[in-house]
Each structure stands twice: as C-alpha cells, then as structure tokens.
Design a protein around this ligand. Structure first.
Ligand SMILES: NC(=O)C1=CN([C@@H]2O[C@H](COP(=O)(O)OP(=O)(O)OC[C@H]3O[C@@H](n4cnc5c(N)ncnc54)[C@H](O)[C@@H]3O)[C@@H](O)[C@H]2O)C=CC1
Ligand SMILES: O=C(O)CCC(=O)C(=O)O
Length: 431
C-alpha cells in the first residue's frame, strides 16, 4: 500500500517565513534562532472519569519565542491536536504579537480530546489537572494562556482558580479571556471577530483605492466559515453595519445561505441558541434559509470570504474554485501554502491570519495590563484602542507590501520578523 506523508503544519508555517526571510535577506543564523521553538512541553496526565475509571490524556504547551516579552497564546481542546500543530500555532503567535506591536512572544497549547464527549465535571477535572501539569513553565510574567478552539471563559476561570490555589493567592494575570466577574476585560470575547471586521474594512478601502473593487453603492457580500467565538462575533459586527450583506454562515455541521443577508437580530438569536453546545447550527432548523455544505460556502460568489474555523480549509483541492476577491483569515492557518499560491495567481487579496485575527491577543494584552494593576477600563476605550492597533498594523503592513512589492502575508512576516530580529540582536542572544 502506498504511504502518504502527513503534511506538517509547522513546516508549512516555516515555508511562509522563509519567503519573507529571503526577501529581507535575513541572516541565516538568525533565521535558525527565529524559527525554532524555545520550549516544548508534553504532558500525559490522568483524569478520573464519572464512572470511576482513569483515562490518560496528552496535552502540550509550546513557547516559540520570548524575545519581546512573555510567551502568549491560547490553548485548544480538540481530538486532532498534535505537537506539530501546537508548534505551528505558537510560531504564528510570535509574529502576531509582533505585527500589532504588543510586548509579547508567542506560545500555544492544546489537549488531544473531544470535549463534547466529556461531562461538565470531567471537563473541569481535565482542565484543572492539565493546568497544574503545565504550571512548571507558565506564569503571569512568563507565559499567559488564553481561549482557543473549544475553550471558553468557564475554562479560563477554572485555570485561573487552579493556578491561584496552587500558589496561594488570586493571580489575575495568569490567564486572559476570563469572565468579567473575575478580572476579565470588557470587549475580550468579541475582540477577535471585531478585529477581523476592522481588517475587512481596511482591505475594502485599500482595494477600492487601487481600483480593484468597483462596487460603490451596493453592499459588500460576505461568507463566514465557522460560527464559534471568532466567526459569530464577526457575523454580529458585520450585520450591525449596512455596508455589508452577510449571505452565508456555517459550523461543523454545515451551513446556511440567505440571499438577502442575515440581520443582526438573527445572528444574535443563533448565537444564543447555539451557545455552550457543539454550536450545531443545523440543529436550529431555521425557516427561510437554504442549507449549504462547508465546501459550497467556500466556493460562493461573494466579495469577501472569512474562514474562521480550522486549518487547511482552503487547499489545493478547492482553491481554484474559490470566487471571493478578498479572503480575510479569521482562523489560524486556514489556507495551505499551495492554496495561497493558486489564489495569489488569481489576484485574490489575502489578509493573513496573524494580522487579521490579532484582535484577540490585543485585547488579551489589555486584559493582562488591567489585571496586573487591578484597575479596569470601559468598553468604549477598549474598542477605540483595539481599532487603533488593528488599523495601524494593517496600514503598516500595506506600506511594506508596496516597499517590497510582495503579497500581504509576506509583508506581514517582514514587519514582524524585523521587530523580533531587532529584539534578539539587541538582547545579545545573537553574537
Ligand atoms: N478565540 C480567539 O480569540 C481566537 C481564535 N483564533 C482562531 O480562530 C479559529 C476559530 O477559533 P474559535 O472561534 O475560538 O473556536 P470555537 O471553538 O469557538 O469555534 C470553532 C468553530 O469552527 C467550527 N468548525 C470546527 N470544525 C469545522 C469544520 N471542519 N468545518 C467547518 N466548521 C468547523 C465549529 O463548529 C465552531 O463553529 C481557530 O483557528 C483559532 O485558533 C485566532 C485568534 C484568536
Ligand atoms: O488571546 C490570546 O492570548 C491569544 C489568542 C490566540 O490563541 C490566537 O490569537 O490565536
């Protein structure tokens, strides 16, 4: 039987880095320093199940780079989590923090588990045990976890409580994405989706200025894959503005198409009804919407496609059939390098993940600063500060595109690598 080689997400991420490294003529030794993760921790840990049996789970925390500040990044619970995936996600976190210029390095974590197969008490025991296991490398000035796929405010609360109990006092700065009642920040839950929205706005302006998007009075049509934290808040913020027509949404179970566009009220209602469950949109059984598959959604004739679910959604098998003019990556790694190449050759404008979805880590940074000071800000101030950060980063990267005549992903790497490389050299790690 022919053996198929599994594609490494981390190797794919390094390929993206290398394209930028070549263009900026990055020193080869410095490249070695910058691509390698600093620390990789694997933990196998027991959890008592409700029936009294013990199950051993595997989890990871990878700190990719800490030159510009503490390691920072979410932790996901998913059956397909591997060390390779977590390494790639940690790698992207480094460039994400750098491209929006917040003083963090990059980290990511994951537990290989299907959380929907656990009871609430099993989920709590797994969460608390896992967090204790990784406590040897985390800390409010060392490495600060946050939510990601299938982890939410409740899990952040358990993690914060576990760490605080273990060290003997409440430590708000150990985790971000916490509920408001226990030191969370206004605006964190919506932040990633809102940040993606800001990038769509800036990209539409950019394309209009360049004469590449000729729609004037008509609404911009959008399709969103994924209706979790990122996708649902992107949907909500877009439908609150008349300049967009959100025509398609989806989740793991499939999607809905609505030619006239979803209203904010409909999105709010879908969010309420799918909250805390597997987010199975199709269970909602809505009237007046057409059911579509995820593949159909990706190939819709829309102005903007926002993949906000998992990695590799757009790949060499479907990239040719993508019809959107603008792709704004809400998820981490939703396009394979092969898809990227095909789409660029078709002149599709792509706002890369580590810029497009940096709103989450930006407001996490605000939450961390507030938590360290025990002093909390108003929602309006958070939204304003987020908007400023995202817009500045977008414009900075757009300028770099012009300077080097490259695509936006490569330009974003160039800006991010410049910052991390400078920090590395200044600190003297590089001889
Ligand atoms: N939560 C955050 O603040 C941030 C998340 N991200 C990234 O955004 C992506 C989504 O994360 P969240 O929204 O937080 O996760 P989530 O767990 O809240 O939602 C994930 C969504 O994707 C859907 N989904 C899962 N597998 C799918 C498939 N095969 N096809 C279609 N839909 C599928 C799920 O049904 C759910 O609607 C991930 O790549 C994550 O790393 C990036 C930056 C920050
Ligand atoms: O909020 C954070 O610290 C990081 C969120 C995250 O994991 C990501 O941006 O991919």
């Amino acid at each position: 039987m022919e053996e198929t080689k599994k594609v490494s997400l981390y190797d794919n991420a390094v390929k993206q880095f290398d394209r930028a490294a070549r263009i900026m003529e990055l020193d080869r030794n410095l490249r070695e320093v910058l691509i390698k993760p600093k620390r990789e921790l694997t933990v196998n840990f027991p959890v008592r199940m409700d029936d009294g049996s013990i199950k051993v789970f595997t989890g990871y925390r990878v700190q990719h780079n800490v030159s510009r500040g503490p390691a920072k990044g979410g932790i996901r619970y998913h059956p397909n989590v591997t060390l390779d995936e977590v390494k790639a996600l940690a790698f992207w976190m480094t460039w994400k923090s750098a491209v929006v210029d917040i003083p963090y390095g990059g980290a990511k974590g994951g537990v290989t588990v299907n959380p929907f197969k656990l009871s609430d008490s099993e989920l709590e025991r797994l969460s608390r045990r896992f967090f204790s296991e990784i406590q040897i490398i985390i800390g409010e000035e060392k490495d600060i976890p946050a939510p990601d796929v299938n982890t939410d405010g409740q899990i952040m609360a358990w993690w914060m409580d576990t760490y605080s109990m273990n060290i003997g006092h409440t430590t708000l700065g150990i985790v971000t994405g916490k509920p408001l009642e226990i030191g969370g920040s206004e605006g964190r839950t919506e932040a990633t989706g809102r940040g993606v929205n800001i990038c769509i706005e800036e990209a539409v302006k950019y394309l209009r200025d360049k004469g590449k998007l000729n729609k004037k009075d008509e609404a911009i049509t959008v399709a969103i894959q994924g209706f979790g934290n990122v996708g649902s808040y992107l949907a909500l913020t877009l439908t609150e503005e008349t300049k967009y027509r959100l025509v398609a949404i989806s989740d793991y179970s499939g999607g809905f198409y609505k030619e006239s566009g979803f209203t904010a009220e409909e999105i709010r209602s879908l969010m309420d009804r799918t909250k805390g469950r597997k987010a199975l949109l199709l269970d909602v059984n809505e009237e007046g919407y057409k059911e579509i598959t995820n593949e159909e959604l990706l190939k819709l004739d829309v102005d903007v496609l926002a993949p906000c679910a998992l990695e590799n959604a757009v790949n060499e098998d479907n990239a040719e059939e993508i019809r959107a003019k603008l792709i704004v990556e809400g998820a981490n790694g939703p396009l394979t390098p092969e898809a990227d190449e095909i789409l660029l050759s078709k002149n599709v404008f792509i706002v890369p993940d580590f810029l497009a979805n940096a709103g989450g880590v930006t407001v996490s940074y605000f939450e961390w600063v507030q938590g360290l000071q025990w002093n909390f800000w108003e929602l309006e101030d958070i939204r304003k500060a987020l908007h400023k950060k995202m817009k500045n980063a977008f414009c900075d990267v757009a300028q770099t595109m012009g300077k080097y005549e490259v695509d936006m992903r490569t330009a974003a790497y160039v800006r991010a690598i410049e910052r991390v490389a400078n920090a590395t050299k200044l600190r003297g790690i590089y001889p």
